[in-house]
Ligand binder design. Structure first.
Ligand code: IMP
Ligand code: MG
Length: 185
């Protein structure tokens, strides 16, 4: 184990709490999209665990695709300038697109993604995020589906990482060393 890896603090959402919330979200989404099969767009890598549970809880026809984006350091992250490392496999014109995210923090990354995808003329575009941390929001976004609101703490697990670690935890925990939050600013 990497010695510099900060240890985990308390568990914020247990596996069972997450499971229940994901199923409740899926029920609402299934109602909303009953007449129009959605295209779920997962934002790599953080959303993969959430997306894989959500899609299996969705009892309706759907397809999925993925994008991967990268922001260049703190300065460009703040300006919201990001780069597509992987684009969608197929056009989305006329599709009912549902973006699936792990966490919305400043909202800058997602604002860039939303603007980019809207140019491709989908029939509709909505956002589903597992976690929402409003205190640090810089770009207002209409969040159609939210799993949990978060206080101003850095979390890992259930897909969320600290330098690529901890994504595989079945629960969401606070990092004990919250100095990492300062580096996000
Ligand atoms: P923002 O909304 O553009 O500020 O960036 C959101 C992205 O930052 C997410 O997709 C995560 O990859 C990352 N992120 C923000 N907060 C956390 C956290 O608490 N834990 C792990 N990753 C985070
Ligand atoms: Mg990340």
């Amino acid at each position: 184990m990497d010695e510099s890896l900060p240890s985990l603090g308390r568990v914020l959402f247990t596996a069972e709490e997450i499971r229940a919330r994901v199923h409740a979200l899926a029920a609402t989404i299934a109602d909303d999209y009953a007449a129009r099969p959605p295209l779920l767009v997962g934002v790599l890598k953080g959303s993969v665990v959430f997306l894989s549970d959500l899609m299996r809880a969705l009892a309706l026809p759907l397809t999925c695709d993925f994008i991967a984006i990268s922001s260049y350091g703190a300065v460009s992250a703040r300006s919201g300038v990001v780069r597509f490392l992987k684009d969608l496999d197929a056009p989305i014109e006329g599709r009912d697109v549902l973006i699936v995210e792990d966490i919305i923090d400043t909202g800058l990354t997602l604002r860039y993604i939303v603007r980019n995808l809207l140019e491709r003329r989908p029939a509709s575009l909505e956002i589903c995020t597992l976690l929402n941390r409003p205190p640090r929001r810089l770009a207002e976004l209409p969040l159609r589906y939210v799993g949990f609101d978060l206080p101003d703490v850095f979390v890992v697990g259930y897909g969320l990482d600290y330098h690529e670690h901890y994504r595989n935890l079945p629960y969401i925990a606070i990092l004990e060393d919250q100095a990492v939050m300062a580096s996000l600013r």
